[in-house]
Design a protein around this ligand. Structure first.
Ligand code: FAD
Length: 379
C-alpha cells in the first residue's frame, strides 16, 4: 500500500482514482459503512424499480468545466433540470421566489418592474434599522408577507429555533427572480447520472490498484489500517470528522441531521414533482421527496417511493449533515485545524474533514486541486 484513503465519498474516491490512474500508486480505501460513495450513494427499491438517494436528494450541478469533464469520464448525465415547489396553507407555489410565486401569492398579474417596486416597498419596513436577527434580515430582503409565507416556518423547523432568536448572519441574500424562470440552479451543467449514483461511484472505484475495505473504521484499534498503525508510516487522506480524529479533545463540532420517513405508495404519482418544501410550521417535516421524478426518462413499475424529511440537531451516533457553525464551533475548528497541520503526511479533506457544507462538485473540485497541490508532492 502506497496511500491510505479514509472514507469512500466523492472526495476520497476522487483522490484514490487520481492516485491510482495518474501516479500508479497502490491505494487502500477504508470505509466504515457497508457501501462506497458516502452520502451520494443510491439504491434501487425492488418493488417499484425506483432509485432512492439513501442520504437525501442529490442533484449534480456545476459551472466548473474541469469538474464536469472529470465526472463525465465515469458516467453520462441526463438533461434533468431541478425545480422545487413550496407548499403554504394548502397551496403549491414555484421556488425560488419568482414572478410566478409573487403573482400567485398576491393574486396579481405584475410585470417585472411593478413586482420589483412592490417587494422594495415591503422590504422597506425596517426603514434603515440594522437587522438584529434572522427575521429582520429576511424582511429587509424580501418584505414581511413573502418572509412569513415561505421562510419563517421552514427556517424555524430547520433550526428548531424561532428565527427571531437566530443571528442575522445566517443569511446574506434571499434570491428573488423577476422572471418566470424557476430552475433551481443557475449552473452551466446539471443532470442526473444516467445509470444511477451507485454505478457512477462504483466506476470511479473500479481500478486494479484500488483496494476497498468496507466496514472498517480507521479510528478503531487493532487492525492494519487503523490510525495507530498507519499515521507516520504511510500517507493518509482522512475524510472523516476532524473532531473525532482528535478524540473530541477541544469539544464536539455541532451538526444538523435529517430523519427520513420513507413510504412506498401504491399510486403511480404522488405529487407530480421531485421536491416540495413544506413551509408551514404546523407541518413537522421540511420537505417531501418523490424520487421517480428525478428520472422522467425511465420506465418505472407500479408504485412510488416518497420520503418526508425532518430536520434536527445531531446527537451522538446521528449522521452529521449540515455544519451548525456557531462562533463556538468556529473557534473549536480553528484549534482542530492547528492540530491537523501537525499530523505527519495526513491530509484532512471533504465535508467532514474540513467541517464545511460541500456540494458534490465542490468536494470533487477540492479533491482534484488537493491531489495536485499536496498528494503529488508526497511521492
Ligand atoms: P461523504 O460523502 O460524507 O463521505 C465521507 C465518507 O467517509 C463516508 O462514507 C463515511 O462513512 C466515511 N468515514 C467517515 N469516518 C470514517 C472512519 N473513521 N473510517 C472509515 N470511513 C469513515 N451535493 C450536491 O452537489 N447536490 C445535492 O443535491 C446535494 N444534496 C445533498 C443533500 C443532503 C441531505 C446532504 C447531507 C448533502 C447533499 N449534497 C449535495 C452534498 C454531498 O453529499 C457532498 O458533497 C458529498 O457527500 C461530499 O463527499 P465527501 O467525500 O466529502 O463526504
Amino acid at each position: 500500500m502506497d496511500l491510505l484513503v479514509v472514507g469512500s465519498g466523492l472526495f476520497g474516491l476522487t483522490i484514490a482514482e487520481r492516485a491510482a490512474t495518474e501516479l500508479g500508486l497502490r491505494v487502500t480505501v477504508v470505509e466504515s459503512r457497508d457501501h462506497i460513495g458516502g452520502n451520494a450513494w443510491s439504491t434501487v427499491d425492488e418493488a417499484t424499480g425506483v432509485e432512492e438517494h439513501r442520504y437525501g436528494a442529490h442533484i449534480f450541478h456545476t459551472s466548473n468545466d474541469a469538474v464536469w469533464g472529470y465526472v463525465n469520464r465515469f458516467t453520462e448525465f441526463t438533461p434533468y433540470e431541478h425545480r422545487v415547489y413550496a407548499r403554504h396553507r394548502g397551496e403549491v407555489f414555484p421556488l425560488p421566489i419568482n414572478l410566478g410565486t409573487i403573482n400567485q401569492f398576491f393574486r396579481t398579474g405584475l410585470g417585472p418592474d411593478e413586482a420589483r417596486r412592490l417587494i422594495d416597498e415591503q422590504a422597506g419596513e425596517l426603514a434603515g434599522r440594522e437587522p438584529g436577527n434572522l427575521e429582520d434580515k429576511a424582511i429587509s430582503l424580501i418584505g414581511r408577507p413573502l418572509y412569513e409565507a415561505f421562510i419563517r416556518g421552514y427556517t424555524a423547523k430547520q433550526w428548531q429555533t424561532d428565527p427571531r432568536d437566530l443571528p442575522a448572519s445566517i443569511i446574506t441574500r434571499l434570491p428573488v427572480r423577476f422572471t418566470y424562470d424557476n430552475r433551481y440552479f443557475n449552473d452551466t451543467h446539471q443532470g442526473m447520472p444516467r445509470h444511477g449514483y451507485a454505478a457512477w461511484l462504483q466506476r470511479m472505484a473500479d481500478h486494479p490498484l484500488i483496494d476497498i475495505r468496507l466496514g472498517v473504521d480507521f479510528l478503531d484499534d487493532g487492525h492494519a489500517f487503523s490510525r495507530d498503525a498507519a499515521v507516520g508510516q504511510v500517507p493518509v487522506v482522512y475524510t472523516g470528522p476532524v473532531d473525532r480524529y482528535f478524540g473530541h479533545r477541544y469539544g464536539a463540532l455541532g451538526w444538523r441531521t435529517l430523519d427520513f420517513d420513507r413510504q412506498v405508495l401504491d399510486v403511480a404519482d404522488h405529487q407530480g414533482t421531485a421536491v416540495i418544501n413544506e413551509c408551514d410550521e404546523d407541518v413537522p417535516y421540511t420537505r417531501t421527496l418523490e424520487f421517480k421524478h428525478f428520472h422522467p426518462e425511465r420506465t418505472h413499475r407500479d408504485g412510488t417511493v416518497v420520503v418526508r424529511e425532518y430536520s434536527r440537531f445531531a446527537e451522538g451516533p446521528d449522521e452529521p449533515y449540515y455544519p451548525v457553525a456557531t462562533p463556538e464551533d468556529r473557534a473549536r475548528l480553528e484549534r482542530y485545524r492547528e492540530a491537523a497541520a501537525e499530523e505527519p503526511r495526513v491530509l484532512f479533506g471533504g465535508r467532514l474533514g474540513t467541517y464545511q457544507y460541500l456540494d458534490m462538485h465542490m468536494a470533487i473540485g477540492s479533491a482534484l486541486s488537493r491531489f495536485d497541490n499536496t498528494v503529488r508532492g508526497w511521492f
